[in-house]
Ligand binder design. Structure first.
Ligand SMILES: Nc1ncnc2c1ncn2[C@@H]1O[C@H](COP(=O)(O)OS(=O)(=O)O)[C@@H](OP(=O)(O)O)[C@H]1O
Length: 352
């Protein structure tokens, strides 16, 4: 029963258009969600105070079921849990979530699906810092300080992983993301939302998730590729979560599908003062932090996200990735969205 446990989890990453895409999914006639028709509201069942241990699993599952049963859609084929911080809490949430799902015979982790959206990480960090720097957001550090502290944390993470032999399960356990990539003081959930730089180090987060849930259960979508053709992007996501895009159980018309795909909410609209802090020099500094992890990410995923600068330089004229280069890198792709040269060009230009 789709109301016993979500058939798919939309786990992040935050600031990667998750609100817009969750709203599009929540609008689908055959997807039930705690988020309701408008897509607002994150579930936060397995993170924060609830993350600690599998012994809470029964209570967590009941809480999740109550959320799903709040807005049931008759004849739903799929159900969604949406919490964009789950991706980052990769050392706690998978164990907690899979522990809870084990309590229902049919709903084990290995037969659920996991949706992840990514965004060029410099742009993601800027969006995150600006969002949290608004009144009441909890961020008081300058962008410069965030970049410098984030770079130091990233170095610490790399050193830890090197010391523990790279990217296998032992290294994942030895170098927990919330300790290594979250600004101190550790142990405060608030600090996770201030991990503006760390959250863009996607490769470490996905590796930790893949250590717990089979890789083929994930669809990982760079939003630059999704929005190069949003209708196709949404259709692909719908196929992955097991519902038709159009027809009796799908959107009523191509126009309705397109309108859902083009929902755009949750813009930061930063003040001029915040924008002025984001200089080209700091963005370059940040791009250097992500350079190697971005390339590791492509290797982990088996397709070109468009974020790996080395692939761009090696395979193409400056700033542009050719379709041939992408196809070469993407051979063996399992879950990447179809890549169009225009979308990759957009990524190449957005990284500065
Ligand atoms: N349709 C579409 N196209 C392009 N970009 C889009 C779209 N929808 C949302 N966005 C941008 O995504 C940012 C918000 O992401 P999230 O909704 O995931 O943020 S949150 O973590 O839930 O707070 C936020 O980015 P910034 O404006 O740079 O802050 C949104 O503008």
């Amino acid at each position: 029963d789709v109301l016993d446990a979500p058939t798919f989890f939309f786990i992040g990453s935050s600031k990667c258009a998750t609100s817009s895409i969750a709203a599009a999914l929540a609008r689908h006639p055959a997807i039930t969600s705690h988020a309701g028709q408008g897509g607002q509201g994150e579930a936060h069942v397995f993170d924060g105070d609830h993350r600690a241990h599998v012994k809470n699993a029964k209570a967590l599952l009941r809480r999740l079921q109550a959320k799903l049963r709040k807005n049931p859609k008759p004849g739903a084929l799929a159900s969604m849990e949406y919490t964009p911080e789950y991706l980052f809490e990769a050392n706690h949430v998978p164990a907690c979530l899979c522990g809870a799902l084990q309590l229902t015979a049919a709903a084990r982790c290995a037969n659920r699906r996991f949706l992840v959206t990514l965004r060029e990480p410099v742009a993601r960090a800027v969006s995150s810092w600006q969002f949290k720097s608004r009144a009441g957001g909890g961020e008081t550090r300058s962008f410069r300080r965030v970049v410098e502290e984030g770079a130091a944390l990233a170095r610490g993470m790399r050193a830890c992983l090197r010391a523990h032999g790279g990217g296998d399960r032992a290294a994942v356990r030895a170098c927990p993301i919330d300790r290594y990539l979250t600004p101190p003081p550790h142990g405060h959930h608030q600090q996770i939302s201030l991990s503006h730089v760390g959250k863009g180090l996607y490769v470490y987060q996905l590796r930790a998730w893949f250590a717990r849930v089979p890789r083929e259960r994930f669809l990982v979508v760079p939003i630059e590729q999704f929005y190069a053709n949003a209708t196709d992007g949404l259709a692909r996501v719908l196929a992955f979560v097991g519902v038709p895009a159009l027809g009796a159980r799908g959107f009523a018309s191509a126009h309705a599908l397109k309108a859902a795909a083009e929902i755009h909410v949750n813009d930061a609209r930063p003040s001029l003062a915040l924008r002025a802090q984001v200089t080209d020099a700091l963005k370059e500094q940040l791009a250097a932090v992500y350079a190697e992890p971005n390339c590791e990410l492509d290797r982990l995923l088996g397709f070109a996200t468009g974020y790996c600068a080395r692939a761009r330089k090696r395979d193409a004229a400056p700033g542009v990735v050719t379709e041939r280069a992408v196809a070469k890198q993407a051979s063996g792709t399992r879950t990447g969205v179809s890549v169009k040269s225009a979308s990759i060009r957009a990524v190449a230009h957005s990284t500065g």
